[in-house]
Design a protein around this ligand. Structure first.
Ligand code: ARG
Length: 588
């Protein structure tokens, strides 16, 4: 494994402390918060003093003196009361960067293929089009699956379709009313059922809201839908055949929307796939005395160590026998733990479902699934409008995801035209640019915030080419590409990195921070760390480019080195953006 500068220095300083009969751990070295004072600093002498090692200044001087001639170090200074400030050697720095840049993962990947991470995200529902509420789970979940995979984990993502609840009964009853003669409703029909779907997605999208509205006021309709759901769950053939059509026409539309976002899943399983595991968990819960009967329903009480109820119980089965959202989730988790052998299961689902996951996980803990697998609700905050309430359309309706993407594209076209970007490109390229800019807008604006926070949806701000935005990063990428292209036209190619001069130092250090940013992202399951890194890197490149007139550099070797540095920067930006699910552009 490649070691970072921090690791090299910590090792070196650790040994120097040891040579002075002090603990190796005092050698821990970190980046200096004030670059004018040093590249790195070691504060171990003060920590040692607290543990009785005597005057920290004296200790620091001793350690510093013993390392003054080391190859890694250019200059070392001791500042009262006992800080050791370190400037690293230029040659060492550029060699370090060379080594890291030759590695396709910039030193971040490890062999973690024995650790299986299952990521449950997306969670779209059959017959309902995706709306703004499905945006965050898609963007964050997809980014996490890319990042975990890149790090080296064995990753499996699952869309976990909502395909087994009461909405299914509503659709069945709704269609029965409209087309009572279909064979699916005839109990005596012996098959085979038609291969072609009796409904389109548009039909489902009309039937569903009508029926669900009706069921809210009409008890008889609600009762019918409930019964149909139960019959479906109990395997009534015609209903199953019909339900399969509902699912497949829905998936086709969902794939279109996810395709636009550039999001994909390994598995398109649904709540219904957990069905075979429901009797299994119910049996185990009963045998272990975890479940109890309560007014005809079957529940798992959620209690603390003292037996006090801390939240409403997990309802496994209603008195009519129907299973619930929590039941399918518990059964799905069971499958993931015992059949799929997942080590970690991440649920990238809205923070408003925290109680649901607490209930499910509490029941899973009682079944001792936590002995084999770690499961987490990797939740996120709400996308709000400028009024601070959940984001809606202008007329107050739910914003469809598809429409939101079109809106972002429209805004991208406007901003591109205003900035005079690509005005002379052909229509096809213009459209590609608008699409990629729009997607980068939505994704970066979402990912740059710590996921548990709410944010205000401000498309105009998110689409700016300046500031911490997706379009800004795409523009920087296109800019570096253009520099490299122009160099290529005069046969100036990237070459060997030379010893790093002052102008390149900050950029070099930034590039080497990639590993840390990625590891933090994984540790906290929070891509904003990576966003922050990429934004800072792009800015660092900007100031480097202002100071260095790369294309005008007369010294060929120096120019080749600067071009190399630029190309490493480009490469890292592109790799990083890909991990966020953002596609870059050749030019704009
Ligand atoms: N279909 C659900 C919804 O729209 C989200 C599913 C999330 N995943 C899960 N395993 N519960 O709210």
């Amino acid at each position: 494994m490649l070691t970072t500068i921090e690791q090299d220095l910590s090792q070196l300083f650790g040994q120097a402390f040891e040579a002075n009969d002090l603990s190796f751990d005092f050698g821990a070295t970190v980046r200096c918060t004030r670059p004018e004072l040093g590249d790195f600093q070691c504060n171990g002498a003060m920590a040692a003093a607290k543990q009785g090692a005597g005057n920290p200044f004296v200790t620091a001087e001793k350690v510093a003196a013993s390392l003054a001639d080391n190859d890694l170090i250019k200059n070392i200074e001791v500042v009262r009361p006992g800080f050791i400030n370190i400037f690293v050697n230029e040659d060492y720095l550029s060699k370090k960067l060379s080594r890291f840049s030759e590695d396709t993962s910039f030193g971040a990947a490890e062999d973690l293929s024995k650790t299986k991470v299952m990521i449950d995200f997306g969670g779209p529902n059959v017959a309902k089009s995706m709306h703004v509420g499905h945006l965050r789970t898609a963007i964050i979940g997809d980014s996490l699956q890319r990042i975990f995979r890149f790090k080296g984990y064995d990753v499996v993502s699952d869309a976990h379709l909502g395909d087994w609840g009461t909405q299914m009964g509503m659709l069945i009853e709704g269609l029965k009313k409209r087309q009572p003669d279909l064979p699916y409703f005839d109990k005596d029909f012996t098959g085979p059922y038609p291969e072609e779907s009796p409904v389109t997605i548009q039909d489902l999208e009309t039937i569903y809201p009508e029926e669900s509205g009706l069921c809210k006021t009409d008890d008889e309709a609600a009762e019918k839908a409930r019964k149909a759901t139960l019959e479906l769950q109990n395997g009534r053939e015609g209903y199953i055949a019909l339900w399969k059509h509902f699912v497949s026409v829905s998936i086709a539309t969902l794939k279109r929307d996810y395709g636009e976002l550039g999001v994909s899943f390994d598995l398109w399983k649904g709540e219904s796939d957990a069905d075979p595991f429901i009797p299994v968990i119910l049996k185990e819960l009963e045998e272990k005395n975890i479940s109890v009967k309560d007014q005809g329903a079957l529940i798992v009480p959620i209690v603390d160590d003292e037996g006090e109820k801390i939240m409403p119980p997990l309802i496994l089965r209603k008195s009519d026998g129907a299973v619930m959202y929590g039941t399918t989730d518990l059964a799905t988790l069971y499958e993931r733990v015992y059949e799929d052998n997942a080590d970690i299961v991440l649920y990238v689902v809205d923070g408003r479902q925290q109680q649901h996951f607490k209930q499910v996980f509490a029941a899973a803990d009682l079944m001792e699934m936590n002995k084999r697998t770690t499961y987490e609700h990797t939740y996120f905050g709400t996308v709000n409008g400028k009024d601070g309430k959940p984001f809606k359309t202008r007329t107050g309706g739910v914003m469809k995801l598809h429409d939101l993407i079109q809106m972002a594209k429209e805004e991208a076209r406007k901003k591109l035209a205003a900035s005079n970007f690509g005005t002379d490109f052909d229509d096809e390229e213009k459209e590609e640019i608008a699409h990629k800019v729009a997607i980068s807008t939505l994704k970066f604006a979402d990912l740059r915030n710590y996921r548990i926070k709410d944010y205000i949806f401000d498309l105009e701000k998110f689409s700016e080419f300046e500031g911490k935005t997706g379009p800004y990063l795409l523009m920087q990428v296109a800019r570096i590409k253009s520099i490299l292209r122009k160099a290529g036209e005069v046969n100036a190619e990237p070459g060997t990195l030379q010893a790093t001069s002052d102008n390149e130092r900050a950029l070099t250090f930034k590039l080497l921070e990639f590993v840390t940013a990625l590891d933090k992202t994984i540790d906290k399951r929070a891509p904003h760390f990576l966003c922050e890194h990429l934004y800072n890197l792009a800015q660092e490149f900007s100031s480097f480019y202002q100071k260095q007139h790369i294309l005008k550099e007369a010294d060929e070797a120096k120019r080749a080195s600067l071009l190399k540095l630029s190309s490493i920067c480009l490469n890292q930006l592109e790799v990083g953006l890909e991990l966020l699910g953002i596609e870059t552009l050749e030019r704009m």
